[in-house]
Write a protein that binds this ligand. Sequence first.
Ligand code: MN
Length: 322
Amino acid sequence: MGDIETAISALTEADTISLSSHVNPDGDSVGSLLGMAMILQGRGKSIYACMPEPLKFPPQYDFLPGRELLADPDNQVKDVDLFIALDCSNRERLGPLQQCAERAARMLNIDHHEDNRLYGDINLVDEHASSTSELVYRVIKAAGWEIDPDVATCLYTGMVTDTGRFEHRNTSPETFAVASELAQAGADISRVIKEVYDSQSLAYTHLMGLALRRIEVIEDLGFAYSFITQRDLAETGATLPETEDLIDHLRSIRGTKVVALFKELADGKIRVSLRSRDAYEIGPVARVMGGGGHAMAAGYTSDNNIEESISDLVQELRKHQA
Ligand SMILES: [Mn+2]
């Protein structure tokens, strides 16, 4: 595959490399970022790995190796040889780091979103990959670089989280093959599950109780939803980054086709996460609403309040069903 060869030579030629994942980082963006950062550091590159501000590192990924490599975005060297954008379907997902990316001599875009805008000088984009972490694995393997247990653990985490523990439709035989190779390379697979899924805070557990009790179902649409407010966060002591997987509890309700979780952000905007089941494609709905994502997992941000955001989405879902 030509794209991989081009990506490998860009990585080999560059001496100074900045890399970043997207705002509101998830397991795949954190895993692919730290995994790639450690590999490049090990190859003697000067690297500046960052996450766009406002940086809220999701606490469930605190255990991942390589965190010490994360640089303060303000201290980023601006004129690097190469900027790598990971798991970003468009430049805007880089937030304030876009400027840094524009000043780099070259841009490498590694991503698996079907709506990726191919904004890089080099685009390594495969919508059939389970995760960006899987694509990073393919690069490392094709280059013949050795994967140590730390790198393997990071990439495995990205694959586990983006596939919903190998349950979502993006899980292919190739995904299991790569996961197996990562396990062989020393990925700490039981620790990943323990840290990411089995170590939630009591505060978040209480918040989840609130959100679950509030679930509403609109039966003719096969639609279930709930919401979280800033007040809920204050009352329980939970934080938004902890809530990444809460929506999966909605998705497991029998009879639903599409589920949504509305989260009030600190600035009053509403972050809407969408998940679908079976053949329902949620990506197009998210794009109509000004966001993006995959067929089965997508999202957008609304300027309206929670009630309005809910009725806006219900209206859009009715159109889609019609
Ligand atoms: Mn991803």
